[in-house]
Design a protein. Sequence first.
Length: 87
Amino acid sequence: MFTIDMERFMLELNDGTYEHVGASNKTATAKLYDVTEAEVRAFGDERVKVSCRDDSGNEIEVALDPPEARDIAREIERLEDESAAFE
């Protein structure tokens, strides 16, 4: 399941093309559930890209700077140590 929640987001469709016409203070949240594939790879010179897909073909990619990627890796290890969910 893939959900998107966009606030203050407006697109204009004109002659088969679209463009953003709303205010610049827009926000969005995307969530992907029931992930069946995930991969991590280098992205550019310094970043790490995390890509997650589900069986329906929905995909989310996130590019992280090294400190954020290390924080996530440490948090996963901590959860593995503390949680039966990883067994």
